[in-house]
Design a protein around this ligand. Structure first.
Ligand SMILES: Nc1ncnc2c1ncn2[C@@H]1O[C@H](COP(=O)(O)OP(=O)(O)OP(=O)(O)O)[C@@H](O)[C@H]1O
Ligand SMILES: [Mg+2]
Length: 236
């Protein structure tokens, strides 16, 4: 059964139509990638799913039409958007940021268990658990953004360029944690990445967008076998 399905989704900012009939399916516990050049519409696709942009077509999550529902309601249904630029709360500590992520939950004991799981996932954060988020490095802030999203106990995480601006080893650590969240916590993933090596380490399949349209779709193995994909996204 599919967890998330986009069917002919178009989206616009004011009078600017930027997505044109994007469709893909994410199975339960699946992980799918969105690739494409700058401005192709990757971020807008995630915004369409979480309800942050005017959208037509149909988006179905867990059997329910969520097209145009709005970010609060999609979040309440179990969609956690980790935006470009991270958006951690700088004046709050690492621990407080994690608790903010869990604000809809009432299962206090399990929240404590999950905070500990996040600190296990990201040992860097355990060392900084009392520090203000503003004092963290870029990599640590990205880790916190992923961990905070997990604290909502989402069914699916929408990850937008989690590697942006990070050293390769730090980006790898973030993605290792993403792989664990998928495997251990059964969080499905929609992964937007410019770094296709990182994306393909997580996803089973991917959609390549070009100026707001689907240009290619296939399994990771199929896409990795295409010269054009290798040239565009893997540097050869
Ligand atoms: N708030 C906005 N208002 C108007 N146009 C926007 C807005 N945000 C994005 N766009 C336009 O929509 C198109 C798709 O942008 P989007 O941010 O989805 O691309 P992207 O694939 O995420 O690119 P990048 O890799 O640079 O993050 C671009 O032409 C962009 O200029
Ligand atoms: Mg983007």
């Amino acid at each position: 059964m599919s967890l998330l399905e986009l069917d002919g989704v178009s989206a616009s900012y004011g009078h600017a139509d930027v997505l044109h009939g994007v469709s893909f399916v994410l199975p339960d516990n699946g992980a799918t990638g969105l690739l494409g050049a700058n401005g192709a519409g990757k971020t807008t696709t995630l915004r369409a799913i979480s309800g942050m942009v005017r959208t037509t077509g149909r988006i179905v999550f867990d059997g329910r039409d969520i097209t145009g529902l709005g970010p609060d309601r999609t979040a309440a249904l179990g969609i956690a958007h980790v935006p470009e630029g991270r958006g951690t709360l700088g004046q709050l500590s690492v621990r407080e940021n994690l608790l903010v992520g869990a604000y809809r939950r009432r299962d206090r004991k399990q929240i404590a268990v999950d905070v500990d799981y996040c600190l296990d996932l990201f040992p860097n954060l355990r060392e900084r658990v009392g520090s203000n988020a503003a004092a963290l490095s870029g990599g640590e802030q990205q880790m916190l953004a992923v961990a905070r999203a997990f604290m909502a106990k989402p069914r699916v995480m929408l990850l937008d360029e989690a590697s942006l601006g990070l050293a390769p080893s730090t980006a790898r650590r973030v993605y290792d944690a993403v792989v664990r969240l998928r495997r251990e916590a059964q969080v499905a993933m929609v992964v937007v990445e410019q770094n296709a090596n990182l994306a393909f380490s997580v996803v089973d399949d991917a959609t390549v967008l070009e100026t707001g349209r689907v240009a290619l779709q296939g399994s990771s193995a199929e896409l990795l076998g295409m010269d054009a994909v290798r040239r565009a996204y893997l540097g050869g």
